[in-house]
Write a protein of this length. Sequence first.
Length: 661
Amino acid sequence: MTPVDPRVERDPSDPLIGRLLDGRYRIGARVARGGMASVYEATDVRLDRTVAVKIMHPGMGDGSADDDFAQRFVREARAAARLSHPNVVAVFDQGTDGDTVFLVMEYVPGQTLRDVIRAEAPLSPRRALALLEPVVAALAVAHQTGLIHRDIKPENVLIAEDGQMKVADFGLAKAVSADTQHTATGGVLIGTVSYLAPELVVDGRADARADVYAAGVVLHELLTGQKPHQGESPIQVAWKHVHEDIPAPSQLVPGLPAYVDALVARATARDRGLRPADGGVLLRQLRRVRNAVDAGIQDDPDLLADLALPVAAPIADDYDEPDDVEHTTEEPPAYALYDQASDEGWEGDGWEGTAVVAAQSWEHQTRGSRRGPILLIAALVLALLLGIGAWWFGFARYTTTPDVIGLTAGQAETKVEAAGLEFDGSETAYSETVAAGRVISTDPGATGKILPGHTVHAVISKGKERYAVPTLRGKSEDDAQQALLDTHLAFGRSTQKYDGKVPEGQVITSNPAAGEMLPRDAAVDLVISKGPKPIDVVDWTGKAFKDAEHWAKSKKLKVEKSEEYSDDVAEGDVISQDPSEGDAFKGDTITFVVSKGPELVTIPRVRAMGVDAATQTLEDAGFKVSVKHSELYLGLGYVSSVKPGEGDKAPKGSTVTIYLV
């Protein structure tokens, strides 16, 4: 018995977590679970590195050398160990610890191609071809070394966090060599029904072209977001693979280049003789198509002609293998279902689990009278088995999905796992009615049919979808509207308002205000600045300056004042202003010229002067002169007195009276 590390948090329902396998691999969290095995994140304590450990489920085998399931694990290790390629998951070790059979592989944190399809499909041809090329490159190397994968599907394509793509799960790989040309143990046909080549359904025999077919189906799904063949049971899907061509992707995604359709048709031809011979040939064709797509070429007649299938190509009934491949199969494969380690189940649009469908394979009989009865008996037996299989696949082996709507994610997981199912709560969505952290819906829905051990995918509520109104003040109206769209809100209407602080054309405020939480696409109104409000200028000419100054200050206008003498405007009144009319804005300056009244001049000394000299002196000083005789006038003609008196001040231009003696 291997020791358990008490430092590792353990799941009571999973005794493997915390164990040290083979004295080297400390088992951590389970990252995937399928019908045959589970995959765990683990630590290689010897090399101090993180690895992935695939562990066979109890009851699938006893780990002995004669055990078929254990031998499949050994085959996976040996097959994958023969491959060394950056697009293949590396296998490090394989072994047993008591009854536990395990396989140690490279740990690839990230996502799968299935995750990309769910999130992004349908993809553009450029993106789809870029994603498929590393997968086909890995197949090319495998086929070159004599290995076929047999289970190419999006779940088996891992995408690391740095974008590196790796093909995983060569557990179904079959070496194309003389000693391994047979079906899986007991005639069981192994593979995923949505990606099964027709020949695997008919006689269970496969070569590299079966991988090519599966890669073509994956390309169809990348381009359209849908599996090409869908049905209510694996048998229906398998029947379509045999009897119906894969539809052109452009039927679902109009506008795809015809040569892209042709690549899918060539890879998925029902007659395997028309498909690319192996992954290397497919890789060359894919790169030609990718180069044309990258160059923006819509029509390429030469490429289309090279890829196009022959018109009305016959479908081979016997699916003969190439002459250079030897088979040792002695009897037809059994009618059975076998589930490979996979965390996927029925999704409604196709079977994700690895499936085995009723196969028909019989030896070529000697042509003659016995052929008819033999074929009739075989057909009746096949019909009976198909009927039993349909009942089993359609009804008997299913269980019911428990109702977990409204439960917390933890409660839902407990209830689902108690029903013998796996729980996936990675998908989240907003809900106006279901509280955050609780289950909105499941797939399959409550009471829906599901295979035991398969996964119930739950959508967990993120609560009500709300977005904060962004800060829009100071943005232009166009920028503000774009900011609302970027925040998943809508623009309502705009109004305009004068504002002395926010420049014209910019947002003053929003309604609701910045920071308020609103539902998706809720409308937000904007108030847009018209700039400062204009002030109607009043003409204060001839009016008191003190009144003009008070008005200007009340309007937040600046005042500049100058003074001048004026004979016409009273002292303290406004002689002129600038501007005197029109509009002004807060902070503008108005200049006033204010009257100091008339200019005063000192009356000069003119006493004892003759009348002519006195008159000239006063006029030179700016006065007008009035001449009168004094009461003692003697006729001498000299000034005896002045009024106003000498030395007094009088307005310039006023009249000064002189009196003569």
